[in-house]
Design a protein around this ligand. Structure first.
Ligand code: HEC
Ligand code: HEC
Ligand code: HEC
Length: 195
């Protein structure tokens, strides 16, 4: 009888601890998701109302480091983080940037100038009231520059015209933009699910 109890404790304790642990993780994830939702959606608003309300940028970490960094999803966070869009703010201190700044007759530093930030940072031409505390301009051109609000509304996939808002050579010399080839260069697809 005694040993049976011991065996029962031996078997059930880890099982119960696991259930509690898994429950805690789940509730943490639920909180994260609802935090995201409330950052974007004022209470009581429906998803279609979202289109009409002011969009608040939450930044790359909050947007993607949790939900878009696993195998099923396709590690979009890691891919984009190591890609050139993530570097778009940082390159504003390069010699080349100083050269472009001189050419554009900038009075302030490129990192502080709306002239450069409007293309080198997500929401770069907006005032601070558009950004949640989790937003960081240092992250450069991020998920929300191309997929604004994707996790709340239907995923928005950018078209050529959306890229050309920045890839248009109006500010300085740049490569000719080929939509198909350039999409391939930044590819971060969702893996096809095996059946
Ligand atoms: C209209 C949008 C836009 C504006 C405004 C803009 N850039 Fe760029 N910039 C881009 C794009 C797009 C690229 C990458 C294009 C490519 O090389 O194909 C780029 C690339 C760069 C690069 C690295 C590539 C290179 O040419 O060596 C530097 C440095 C740079 N920009 C600096 C600046 C500075 C400084 C300003 C402000 C005076 C500025 N940019 C304003 C869109 C813009
Ligand atoms: C410079 C613009 C750009 C940025 C930045 C960007 N994406 Fe994308 N994303 C695209 C384009 C374009 C496609 C569609 C590619 C295609 O269909 O070939 C896409 C596709 C996707 C898909 C696949 C959608 C599907 O249904 O298959 C996911 C998921 C995604 N992006 C998530 C992210 C996340 C998360 C980030 C930030 C870590 C991010 N994207 C940053 C442009 C961007
Ligand atoms: C908010 C402005 C912005 C938008 C929108 C944008 N880009 Fe960019 N893109 C940049 C900047 C700035 C750079 C330069 C970053 C750097 O050199 O660090 C860049 C660099 C790139 C590069 C690397 C350049 C090279 O030739 O090596 C590719 C490829 C690219 N973008 C593709 C796209 C595609 C495809 C889209 C649309 C789906 C898109 N971009 C939308 C701003 C933007």
């Amino acid at each position: 009888m005694r040993t049976n109890k011991k065996i029962a404790a031996f078997v059930f304790l880890p099982v119960f601890s696991w259930i509690i642990f898994a429950g805690l993780i789940q509730s943490r994830q639920n909180t994260l998701i609802s935090e995201k939702a409330t950052t974007l959606l004022p209470n009581g608003k429906s998803i279609s109302d979202q289109e009409k309300v002011k969009y608040i940028y939450v930044g790359m970490e909050k947007c993607a480091s949790v939900c878009h960094n696993n195998e099923q999803m396709g590690f979009q966070y890691d891919i984009m983080k190591s890609g050139s869009h993530s570097n778009a703010f940082k390159i504003l201190v390069s010699n080349k940037a100083a050269h472009y700044a001189k050419y554009a007759n900038l009075k302030e530093k490129p990192r502080e100038s709306l002239v450069c930030l409007k293309c080198h940072v997500t929401g770069g031409d907006l005032d601070s009231s558009f950004f949640a505390s989790t937003y960081k301009k240092e992250d450069g051109v991020t998920c929300e520059a191309c997929h604004k609000g994707a996790f709340i509304t239907k995923a928005f996939i950018p078209k050529e015209a959306d890229c050309l808002k920045c890839h248009n050579g109006s500010a300085h010399k740049m490569h000719k933009f080929n939509f198909k080839k350039n999409c391939a260069k930044i590819a971060h697809p969702r893996p096809v699910t095996k059946t």
